[in-house]
Design a protein around this ligand. Structure first.
Ligand code: AHR
Length: 561
């Protein structure tokens, strides 16, 4: 994207604003001095200054070209995946309240949460962690008697194991999502993991299959994705790339999926631990795993390489999730846009060893990670979710979509009550976050075909931080309908987008737009509709659509041709 010309015109605007404030200062001084002649002279000058200012306050114009004749890759629906770890109130209270709860539930799973998640068509859920996965022993979470353990990673609280395999698979069934299981490489064994998969997937009458039957599920479960370890370079066991590779090969070989329906088609995809950043330590990790993959033999395989990247600016997370201003808005968004370089850096290494892009880059932990909410258990990673997070989510989803040939799965962290959540709950209360609404608005992009969009975003600068004014993606859904998602990043200036479709006459556009009065506007249990999508439409003139977008907004429209 060429941004220099727009940047120059931005400097010109800055200069005009400066000049305006100088004029205003002179005017006030003269008024205080009390000269009538000077007063009328300065009043005329003021009118002139106001007239000069008028075009500055007008919406920033952006020309956007969509070329439907050059479709790109499929935007895999799994880019809109979720992550639910046994952490804070993510699972317990967020999903699971137990069958005896007064909160309406189906077999212990909250009905309100299920209904909300169904509406965003969650494609897959990663579970049980996270760091928790490398200390999880599945047998403690099955059958009528659960073993009560601890959760040393996250607050050292009691882990009742009442939400285990049966409950997770039931939850998936209720929301219509697929399973992405992370197996315990850090403190488990290949045998433990392989028995878990046998328990879940075999159709033959083995002892484990009979146990599954006794626990209420005679038919084998489908396990679509298998994560082999989590952050094995850190909380998952502090392994070197070579040590991890030796584990990956063993787990890949012995942790089998026996489901007859998953032998030819719909095979379970195995996802190896990948990088956690862009520094040499991580590029070396990606290089080592991908180099091994290039030379892999029949006895082991992998289909994805995981990548974790949070928007945090610096560790430990100290940015407030609510009660912040435009400087923090700009800093966080600047930081989140680094996802693009990170994806490209690791994709380039993957291309070296896997030019056909057989291995997916799976961004299975991402999102804004802020300071814990005052008064909350710091181990619970509880934070609010603001309009800034909606913009952040859209920018990242756009980055993933633009790299859809390599990035075929992503899981925002985390689904409920933890980090950048879709949903917040407090006992019987539930509220949907601005991030939730972005996921809802982006549903049409699931499995749609990427369509290239070109535009000069221009920039705005706040407190020395320069950001693009807008971002946009387009895609065609299976029915052939064209969808356009535009993020207006600038917190103060609206944007006027003139859309031209190469070779096509656009008639109108209709959809929804999400904005709010402040960059840190949040939805709360008492005021749940502060940042919710509103209907949006535009008519075309001479085949061109003009979309007037509010500052700090996310808009998704279907284009009628
Ligand atoms: O999402 C919270 C934690 O962040 C996960 O458990 C871990 O994988 C990552 O470091």
């Amino acid at each position: 994207m060429a941004q220099k010309p727009a940047f120059r015109s931005f400097r010109a605007i800055q200069y005009r604003i400066l000049r305006r404030s100088q004029i205003r200062r002179t005017f006030l001084f003269a008024l205080q001095a009390g000269s009538p002649l000077l007063r009328s002279l300065l009043a005329s000058l003021t009118l002139l200054a106001v007239a000069m200012a008028a075009p500055v306050a007008a919406a920033q114009k952006v020309a956007l070209f969509i070329d439907v004749s050059k479709p790109g890759p499929k935007i895999d629906r799994n880019l809109f995946g979720q992550f639910a770890e046994h952490l804070g109130h993510g699972v317990y209270e967020g999903i699971w309240v137990g069958p005896d709860s007064k909160i309406p539930n189906t077999r212990g799973i909250r009905n309100d949460v299920v209904a909300a998640l169904k509406a965003i068509k969650v494609p897959n859920v990663r579970w049980p962690g996270g760091c928790f996965a490398d200390e999880y022993h599945w047998r403690k979470g099955i059958g009528p008697q659960r073993t009560v353990t601890l959760n040393p990673n996250w607050g050292g609280v009691i882990e009742p194991n009442s939400f285990g395999t049966t409950e997770f698979m039931d939850f998936l069934d209720q929301i219509g999502a697929e399973a992405y299981l992370s197996v315990n490489v850090g403190s488990g064994t290949p045998q433990e993991a392989s028995e878990w998969l046998e328990y879940l997937t075999t159709a033959q009458p083995t002892t484990l299959a009979k146990e599954r039957d006794a626990n209420g599920h005679p038919a084998p479960y489908k396990v679509a994705f298998l994560g082999i370890g989590n952050e094995s370079w850190d909380c998952g066991g502090n392994m070197t790339p070579d040590y991890y590779l030796s584990q990956l090969k063993i787990y890949s070989r012995f942790v089998r999926n026996f489901n007859p329906a998953q032998q030819d088609k719909q095979q379970m995809l195995k996802i190896a631990v990948g990088p956690g950043g862009g520094e040499p330590r991580w590029t070396e990790w990606t290089d080592a795993i991908m180099k091994a993959y290039q030379n892999h033999t029949w006895s082991w395989d992998m289909n994805g390489l995981s990548m974790h990247s949070y928007t945090v600016v610096k560790w430990p997370p100290s940015y407030a999730s609510v009660g912040f201003g435009e400087t923090e808005y700009a800093q966080i968004l600047k930081s989140t846009l680094e996802m693009n370089d990170l994806v490209e850096k690791h994709s380039a290494i993957m291309d070296k060893y896997d030019p056909k892009k057989k291995v997916a880059l799976v961004v299975d932990e991402w999102g804004g990670w802020y300071a814990p909410l005052p008064g909350s258990n710091p181990g619970f990673l509880a934070q609010q979710n603001s309009l800034r997070d909606a913009v952040l989510a859209a920018l990242n989803l756009n980055i993933f979509a633009r790299h859809a040939d390599r990035v075929r799965m992503a899981n925002i962290a985390q689904m409920i009550n933890v980090l950048q959540a879709m949903i917040l709950t407090d006992k019987e209360k539930m509220v949907l976050t601005p991030t939730y609404y972005v996921y809802k608005m982006y549903v049409p992009f699931q499995d749609a075909t990427f369509v290239p969009v070109t535009f000069d975003a221009g920039t705005f600068t706040h407190d020395g931080i320069t950001l693009p004014r807008i971002d946009a993606i387009a895609a065609k859904d299976k029915a052939g309908k064209l969808w356009l998602a535009i993020t207006s990043v600038d917190p103060n200036q609206s944007a006027e987008i003139e859309v031209t479709l190469a070779g096509v006459n656009a008639k109108s556009a209709a959809g929804e737009t999400l904005s709010a009065s402040k960059v840190d506007s949040v939805n709360t249990f008492d005021a749940a509709n502060t940042a919710v999508p509103k209907p949006f439409s535009a008519k075309a003139q001479d085949g061109k659509l003009t979309l007037k977008l509010a500052p700090k907004s996310v808009t998704v429209v279907a284009v009628e041709q």
